[in-house]
Design a protein around this ligand. Structure first.
Ligand SMILES: [Zn+2]
Length: 282
């Protein structure tokens, strides 16, 4: 007999999944799944009913939407807590507030919270100058990803904004991890991954910069210059812009045979760089 004591876990960094104990209990009905995913993305926050209705019905809600939403809430509460009776005043996980809902989750119950915690811990380790530790932490954070975020809800189009934001967080953490790999002098290990990322995300200038640094560390300065030429073409053809000052300075350093790390990762620069997103996500 299932009880409310079995631990619930929510996962959004891949296909949306809810597990209770060892068992999957993700709702199969799409609107119920979307409702839980939306609340999980805003765990422990008040989410107004109007916002839920807007998102679940893509701003084209019928009059019956609020009543339907109440039905979905009842259904997912039963999924989350099998013994729950709708006659009870409050639900332990999904609580009703005046004109809205809150999904209460401890950090370990949601992969996204854990990912963000690890990202912060990794950045703190960088700030403290411990890039070896930061590398381990960032690697653990990336391991939480099982594929495209909310992959099973992507085609509904209801989560485009959330998915795009999560993908940016993923790329930002990848970028932070490459910084510490380069800081440790292991650029040769990152060349292939960076080449691929420069192709798939040509407007993220930092990936081009990191690829040039990685190639320099691998004693491939000519390839670093070729990477700059590709970055130049990509930026001009995709966005009509030229490389920014950091990338240009790095190019000049490679041409001059100077220490290319003059523009690269420094412990005190890593954090400020990670907060600035210079170009649009393609
Ligand atoms: Zn460092």
């Amino acid at each position: 007999m299932a009880t409310g004591d079995e631990p619930l876990h929510f996962r959004v960094l891949g296909t949306f999944e809810v597990t209770r104990g060892a068992r999957r209990c993700t709702p199969t009905a799409q609107k119920q799944r979307a409702l839980l995913a939306l609340l999980a993305l805003h765990a422990n926050e008040f989410v107004p009913t109007s916002r839920i209705v807007d998102q679940l019905w893509a701003r084209a809600a019928p009059r019956s939407a609020v009543a339907a939403l109440h039905g979905y809430v009842t259904a997912v509460r039963r999924v989350l807590t099998p013994g729950f009776s709708s006659g009870r005043a409050s639900h332990p996980v999904l609580s009703t507030r005046p004109s809205g809902y809150v999904l209460h989750l401890e950090p370990h119950q949601l992969d996204l919270t854990r990912f963000r915690q690890l990202a912060r811990h990794g950045q703190a380790a960088v700030a403290a100058g411990d890039c070896a530790r930061a590398r381990e932490i960032f690697t653990s954070a990336l391991a939480l990803w099982r594929g495209s975020p909310l992959a099973d809800l992507r085609e509904t189009g209801l989560f485009d904004h959330d998915i795009s934001r999560l993908e940016k967080e993923y790329l930002a953490l990848l970028r932070d991890r490459f910084d510490v790999v380069l800081c440790r002098g292991d650029g040769h290990l990152a060349v292939c991954d960076l080449e691929e990322l420069c192709g798939t995300h040509p407007l993220w200038e930092r990936f081009h910069e990191q690829l040039m640094l990685a190639l320099c560390q691998a004693e491939r300065r000519a390839d670093a210059l070729a990477a700059y030429a590709r970055a130049y073409r990509a930026l001009s053809s995709h966005a009509g812009i030229e490389p920014g000052p950091r990338l240009r300075a790095l190019h000049q350093a490679v041409l001059n045979g100077d220490d290319p790390f003059v523009t690269g990762h420094r412990h005190d620069r890593a954090l400020s760089a990670s907060r600035m997103e210079p170009t649009a996500f393609p």
